[in-house]
Design a protein around this ligand. Structure first.
Ligand code: NI
Length: 256
């Protein structure tokens, strides 16, 4: 049984055929899908989906791209949303210094405010980090963000940073880029970190794995990430599915 630990099923890319997408996920052996918000509205949508579908869980938060939309009252609204029973974490939050769609200082403020929110709620966090490895890590350390654990989603850093993050209490999640031909560094990380700290995800509708690159991604395709990780670790895909699902349940504190 597989868990897609990071999907954006509320994205408009799925508005016409979500039931079919979920059916294909079921046929591919997916047990659960963690649906991740990126602003207030998409977080509320994720919660709605989690109410409607037993296999869907929600994560609520404001993405660094949308950090400029985070107001004091947004934190209060997220707090309310996060008290829904199937909200398993705060995210995705973090820093994106590649696209800089919100000013850097605004991103940092939003990241810290949402770490504090997660600590208040005793929830883990789901972190987005693009071209901001050092800055993300120093905020994590300073705010003791690992206290309630969390996930570094779609990990793209090098091995020493992954080890430091694990020491702080984080899990490392791999997405479609693990299957790409130029993924040498990521493959190296996936080959060396302990199997009890790894999650897998699609980040759909983005980042389709090989051989589906360029197409819309969907949760069923997490099986390609599992297969690639299995090849790297010399395990069966079933073993990888079991271990990564167990890890996801552990970090998101899902008991069934
Ligand atoms: Ni995402």
């Amino acid at each position: 049984m597989l868990i897609d630990s990071h999907a954006h099923l509320q994205d408009e890319a799925f508005q016409n055929d979500l039931p079919q997408v979920l059916q294909r996920a079921k046929e591919a052996g997916l047990e659960k899908i963690i649906c991740i918000g990126y602003d207030y509205e998409s977080s509320a949508e994720a919660v709605k989906l989690s109410r409607k579908y037993p296999q869907i869980y929600a994560v609520v938060g404001v993405h660094p791209h949308d950090a400029k939309t985070l107001k004091d009252e947004t934190i209060a609204d997220l707090h309310k949303l996060a008290r829904e029973p199937k909200v398993v974490a705060i995210g995705e939050i973090g820093l994106d210094f590649y696209r800089n769609l919100s000013p850097r200082d605004v991103q940092e403020k939003a990241f810290i405010a949402q770490i504090k929110l997660a600590q208040e709620l005793y929830k883990p966090i789901v972190i987005h980090d693009r071209d901001a490895h050092q800055e993300v890590f120093s905020i994590i350390k300073k705010e003791k963000a690992g206290r309630s654990e969390g996930v570094l989603h779609c990990y793209s850093g090098h091995l020493p940073l992954a080890i430091d993050l694990m020491k702080e209490g984080f899990y490392i999640s791999f997405a479609g880029p693990l299957t790409y031909k130029n993924a040498k560094k990521t493959v190296e990380v996936a080959g060396k970190i302990p199997l009890d700290r790894i999650l897998i995800e699609t980040d759909c509708p983005y980042l389709s794995p090989e051989p589906l690159r360029g197409k819309r991604n969907e949760p069923a395709n997490v099986s390609y990430v599992a297969a690639k990780l299995a090849a790297i670790r010399n395990k069966s895909p079933e073993e990888i599915a079991y271990l990564t699902a167990r890890n996801a349940k552990q970090v998101f504190r899902i008991n069934d």
